[in-house]
Write a protein that binds this ligand. Structure first.
Ligand code: AMP
Length: 289
């Protein structure tokens, strides 16, 4: 039976009870409007833990002044149906005044990571992400927490915070789930018109181009980014926030591609900002003599 908890005192009590019986807890933090991407994390958590907790919280601290906090899709009833079907035990769904009580003023700053890539264009975003994830970790006390590769910079920030602050949780990153055309699933895809959805395929096409250039031996990242830009700019409704090939831990831009580098981009399709990334790899040529 799925229980939906909204109060901090109740989630604390619930977790205390679970911990008493030494149950392992898998945790999936989300902002709701759930799709197969979220559910892939939930299914993995279900496989690997005695109990699964999912949070649904549209975190105001990670939205900028002119961003889509108000419009962000909220579909709690449907989300709970999906989660119940997946055998989730607890949904934690607090409101903003419960999570950020009067006088709240603590921040979590990740120097050198928070102001790169998306952080450059969304100042304060990753402080908001880090502080809510830390608060949720403190409340839920998970053994394993699950995040999607889709939000690449977020995964880097969370892994760094967990390591720097010695937080006792295993962080697992799972692959990006895409639709049959390659568009990464995202709650924000709901903003796209049918035409924009087709235009949005330029993100994955550009990422695929990067990998195919690497496959043919291109190592210069500037050259790869230029080819990607051509694909994006050939799509009328697309504007580029950034395209970058980076070290997967420091997020520093690379000049020459190394295996394991991440090619990451943020593109606006009309008014909707979409992000995507892939990990670049080198095909090993095996010669049979
Ligand atoms: P959100 O609700 O957008 O905050 O996402 C909650 C979690 O689901 C984050 O760890 C995301 O990275 C992950 N997620 C979102 N979209 C996808 C996707 N298409 N594939 C895999 N994970 C995803």
């Amino acid at each position: 039976m799925l229980s939906v908890i909204t109060a901090i005192k109740d989630i604390k009590q619930c977790i205390k009870t679970l911990k008493k019986t030494q149950r392992t807890i898998g945790f999936v933090p989300t902002m709701g409007a759930l799709h197969e991407g979220h559910l892939s994390l939930v299914r993995q958590a279900r496989k690997e833990n005695d109990k699964v907790v999912v949070s649904i919280f549209v975190n105001p601290l990670q939205f900028g002044k002119n961003e889509d906090l108000k419009q962000y899709p909220r579909t709690l009833d449907n989300d709970c149906k999906l989660l119940s079907h997946e055998g989730v035990d607890v949904v934690f769904h607090p409101d903003a005044s419960e999570m950020y009580q009067d006088g709240f003023c603590t921040s979590v700053i990740l120097e050198r990571l928070e102001d790169k890539l998306c952080g450059k264009l969304r100042p304060g975003h990753f402080r908001g992400v880090a502080v809510i994830v830390l608060k949720l970790f403190n409340l839920i006390k998970p053994d394993i927490a699950y995040f999607g590769q889709k939000d690449f910079q977020q995964t880097v920030v969370i892994k760094r915070m967990v390591s720097d602050l010695h937080i006792d949780v295993t962080v697992k990153i799972l692959p990006t789930i895409r639709d049959e055309d390659g568009l990464a699933l995202s709650s924000r895809n709901a903003y796209l018109s049918e035409t924009e959805k087709k235009d949005a395929l330029c993100l994955f096409n550009a990422l695929r181009k990067a990998q195919s250039l690497v496959n043919t031996g291109v190592e210069n990242t500037e050259e790869i980014v230029q080819e990607m830009e051509k694909i994006i700019t050939s799509c009328q409704s697309a504007t580029i926030d950034y395209i970058s090939i980076v070290n997967p831990e420091t997020l520093e831009a690379e000049q020459k591609v190394h295996s394991g580098n991440v090619v990451t981009l943020a593109i606006r399709i009309g008014k909707t900002r979409l992000i995507d990334n892939i990990i670049l790899f080198f095909i090993m040529a095996v010669l049979f003599m």
